[in-house]
Ligand binder design. Sequence first.
Ligand code: ITT
Length: 183
Amino acid sequence: MIEFISSNRHKFVEIKTRMDECNLGITWVRMKYEEIQADTTEEISLDSAKKLSSFRGKPFFLEDTGLYITSLNGFPGPYSSYVSKKLGNQLVLKLLDDERSAVFLTVLTYWDGRSFFQFSGKLEGEISLVERGKNGFGYDPIFIPKGKDLTLAEMTVEEKNEISHRSRALNKFIEFLRTNGMP
Ligand code: ITT
């Protein structure tokens, strides 16, 4: 069993669904940890893993995700959690004009007990005009992946996992575990 550290149940459900499909065991360590404010999702993810590794005994992974909106110069990016809580989707929609493209980025960091390894995944798309859908979480109701008509919140977990930033990062990690072995 490999530990996944996060306070977010939705992230865990998406990750467990994919790990189950690959017959890989995962344990959810439900924990809110402090994140630094930094310019990149990579730095935040690595810094969190380094801090947690100083007192966790077993290998684990975590991930940090950001929504980068092109017309806002990449905002909220590393501030996605704060903006989601403080503004919410309705106010984010009000900030936007005709140019609506955006990218989700997930950076997963794995600590094998000695070293850190990072795996990233991106999903391109655009911000919808209104919120749509009841599934998922966070910005899912306002994000339409490129080539799709539905928002992520109108998809099932399995459908989101076929294309998402998170599952792309996770698939690279799963490949790494297959090559290097489970801890
Ligand atoms: P952790 O404990 O794992 O850090 P978190 O919810 O604080 O959980 P992040 O800092 O990685 O997670 O995510 C920042 C915010 O971005 C998050 O609160 C959501 O609002 C949003 N978000 C992350 N992943 C998303 C996804 O797949 N779909 C929609 N919104 C997402």
